[in-house]
Write a protein that binds this ligand. Sequence first.
Ligand code: AMP
Ligand code: GLY
Length: 455
Amino acid sequence: MATGSLNSKINIMVVGGGGREHALCWKIAQSEFAGNIYCAPGNGGTAADARITNINLPVTDFAGLTDLAQDKKVDLIVIGPDNPLADGIVDYMEEKGLTVFGPRKEAAKLEWSKAHSKEFMLKHEIPTARFSVVKDFESAHKFVKENDWARVIKADGLALGKGVFVCNNEGEAIDALNAIFKEGRFGDAGSTVVIEEKLLGEELSLLLLIDGKTVMPLSACQDHKRRYDGDKGPNTGGMGAYSPVRLFDKNQSAIETQVIKPIEEALKKGTLDFKGMLFAGILVGVPADTATDASAATEKNESKDQGLTPYVLEFNARFGDPETQALMPRLKSDILPLLWASAKGSLSSEQIEWHDKASVCVVLSAENYPESSSKGKTIEVGNLPADAFVFHAGTQLDGDKLLTNGGRVLALTALGDTIESARENAYKAVKQIKFADMSCRSDIALKEVGQCLST
Ligand code: AMP
Ligand code: GLY
């Protein structure tokens, strides 16, 4: 088995069964170092790919996954989702002698405790919204009444992206506190809340590959979290993404000095012990009470004259979904040496290269997602345009029939020379897919195209 840098084939197991994991397996399968590839539990897409073997074990079965990895002589395990990381899958597997890509439980706390993550940002002077951590309804209620900037309420723990309430007034903020403390809607995740000031601006996702010492930023992405066109409707796991992002280019130096550098210094000083993927959700903008309205921040953002701050809204301790589906087709480098180096602490001798192309990823979901999912509907895939890729999320293979099996069903990613042509290709690809209750947003990357056309 290879040690420092990879120099021979290795066997890999990817843990998870969503679009992110299919995209990772797809990219790993192209590696010159890929031996056997397993995906647990995988989905219809990984099942249909002859290079990948699905393992019918849930991500919660640490003992089963570990036994299987040992049995199949797996050299590297790549953890996709947040829950097993928060429950200590990396600690468990490493203690059994396995090599794992991903952070240990204490490091993943940057994702599973918003309060911890905010304290980390405060301590390391990473810009983040003003906040207070509160542990009971009465104190939280008093805080919201006394501070008219306190309009964003977040349940502390993992809540499937649903524990964040961005409120317009005091009444809505108090309703959110009721939902968290009185109704107990988020269980243990809601025993503590973070109360924040509201920010206005534009968001981007920045993924940072880390090996304990070195930080390697990936190309920036933008996610579309709301369910419907025009950023309307409930928050979802993500309805589409694109990369690269001009918002990043315009603010690159501020992001490097105010976000990336403090993380590098924390690693150097030993106040952060992290390996795996650290995903920063960044909002470039201003506090709401310093902007007259939402367009003020956006307008400023479009001007050449910056002066906006890159606020970190949250950290995740893993690859993003659907960011990964947008990024993998753009990644020119072999991914395995990078994942391996992150797990082994040898990232400083690696480099990352990107294709000079833009990508747009459109998620096809069930009509009623996120309230409900689609099950057992036949999926037909027609002739896809060149440079378009289908990543599966909620699908299953029944013999040779592909069926729906989840809320987010497929993610279609297309490349193009410009974001505009990538977008056109992605929507051409969408027209080639059919299932009974299929739905998608029609405006993925539209704002970015607007910006590109206008300059
Ligand atoms: P989070 O899970 O913390 O990233 O929050 C989910 C979404 O809520 C973000 O992508 C933002 O759109 C929004 N959000 C979170 N925090 C704030 C904030 N302080 N001000 C405005 N919007 C926010
Ligand atoms: N796309 C946001 C996330 O993966 O959390």
